[in-house]
Design a binder for this molecule. Sequence first.
Ligand code: MN3
Length: 212
Amino acid sequence: MTDHIVKLFTPIALPDLPFAPNALEPVLIGEIIQIHHGKHHRKYVDEYNRIGEEIGSALHKKDYATVEKLTGKISFNAGGHNAHALYWENLAPHGNGGGVLPGHDSPLVKAIDHYFGGIPKFIEEFNKQAGDIQGSGWAWLAINPQTKALAILTTEKHDSVSKVGWVPLLTVDVWEHAYYLQYKNLKTDYFKAIWNVINWRTVEERFNKVAL
Ligand code: MN3
């Protein structure tokens, strides 16, 4: 009976990048990826772990005020970790899958044709909505798990589309740290270029899990 341990919190680790930091050049320079992954993403992971320990301890002590206070902070860092993990996984080097569209008979492409009138129109609309984000946020292609409808959604800070019941298929980081070292104030150029390194295979796998 003495070994009965209730584990209140399990820390997470920063996931490895699925490519070398300079592998997305010239679309995104290695320095951006190194700082973005090694410093920004790492900080969300570290903060998630630090606050998670605090919440675990507060839950154990029935310290409701502290739990309530820390909930927003853990949500911000959980969202930061989750969104970045999804972002890295839906990028790939040009020449190694990046920017390669699925074939015309792909159910994903058919759905994009249906909802947006084709890939070029989808990209145009995605970039427009990403450009309309005021301040920091994320642009998403998402699927509604009930209706199977596709939509372009944008969120603030690190909120994900999961928060409103949608499943993320593709996400683009629209925080300045994602592009500023290279693109400065020309974020439209970042949006245009990123399609050369989008890993459509990942997007297709995410789509197939929900839609088929
Ligand atoms: Mn970021």
